[in-house]
Ligand binder design. Structure first.
Ligand SMILES: NC(=O)c1ccc[n+]([C@@H]2O[C@H](COP(=O)([O-])OP(=O)(O)OC[C@H]3O[C@@H](n4cnc5c(N)ncnc54)[C@H](O)[C@@H]3O)[C@@H](O)[C@H]2O)c1
Length: 253
């Protein structure tokens, strides 16, 4: 009987960059990927948090990077990939909700812009930073964390929902552009996973979201990390420009 809590798909030999690795889904993904044998680069705007995650994994390193700073993204990502250090996959879990539980005319446009800067513009710049390297290698897996909010829209979360809808459109477009390159570009769309981000939302907003889930429960970090591990593995070779569902039955497409 195995004693490895992360036993499963073997990712030995894979180098994976996880953005947002200091907390929540990113941290859980980094730990699962590392537990399955991948060499993980833990990145986050919260440098000490990324370093804490990396410290739990043999061979892992940490990088402090803010995805809203284009130059920083390009410079710091360039330090973790190169001809002698292929980067096989990037999992982008950096994201914010911005203000929630308000209707659209009550939202400050600066809040709207900031959510877009992190959730959509950041995802675009991250993809731009790794795509030349991956296409040169003829292999890569890019996975962005979108949300059911991007498919259906959550009332009280206009900035977030719109940014995630944009992210889904971006992934569908990029997936087709690079379909023959060996690089797949996909997203996952979770419903509600109990992380720091959800803890910080008004309980009424969380209740609104959980009430729409046919399984009547939040997803677990383990369930999300498993889906991520598979989607960035070499096994996931015939899917691109797609959004994997993690909604307990909420999504209908
Ligand atoms: N938790 C959920 O229910 C849920 C549901 C659907 C989608 N998501 C998405 O999953 C992703 C992860 O969310 P989470 O729940 O783990 O949240 P979290 O707050 O626990 O983690 C988000 C991480 O992103 C990092 N981050 C934020 N802004 C950044 C920036 N500018 N540059 C670099 N790093 C930055 C934070 O420091 C943090 O470590 C987000 O994109 C979120 O929108 C979460």
């Amino acid at each position: 009987m195995t004693t490895n809590a992360y036993a499963g798909l073997d990712l030995t030999g894979q180098r994976v960059l996880v953005i947002g690795a200091a907390s929540g889904i990113g941290r859980a993904a980094a730990l699962l990927l590392g537990g399955r044998g991948a060499e993980v680069v833990c990145a986050d705007r919260n440098g000490p948090g990324a370093a804490e995650t990396a410290a739990e994994l043999p061979g892992a390193v940490a990088v402090e990077v803010d995805v809203t700073d284009d130059r920083q993204v390009h410079e710091r990502l360039a330090t973790v990939m190169g001809p002698d250090r292929p980067l096989h996959a990037m999992v982008n879990c950096a994201g914010i909700t911005g203000t929630t539980a308000l209707v659209s005319h009550e939202i400050d446009v600066k809040d709207f812009e900031h959510v877009f800067d992190v959730n959509l513009r950041g995802a675009f710049v991250l993809s731009q930073a790794v795509l030349p390297h991956m296409t040169t290698n003829g292999y890569g897996r890019i996975l962005h964390v979108a949300s059911i909010a991007g498919k259906e829209g959550n009332a009280g979360m206009v900035s977030y929902s719109a940014s995630k809808a944009g992210l889904i459109g971006m992934v569908k477009s990029m997936g087709k552009e690079y379909a023959e390159s060996g690089v797949t570009i996909n997203a996952i769309a979770p419903a509600v996973i109990r992380t720091q981000m959800v803890e910080e939302m008004p309980e009424s907003q969380v209740e609104y979201m959980v009430a729409r889930i046919p399984m009547r429960r939040c997803g677990t970090l383990g369930e999300v990390a498993e889906a991520i591990a598979w989607a960035v593995s070499p096994a996931a070779s015939y899917t691109t420009g797609f959004v994997y569902d993690l909604t307990g039955g909420r999504a209908v497409y």
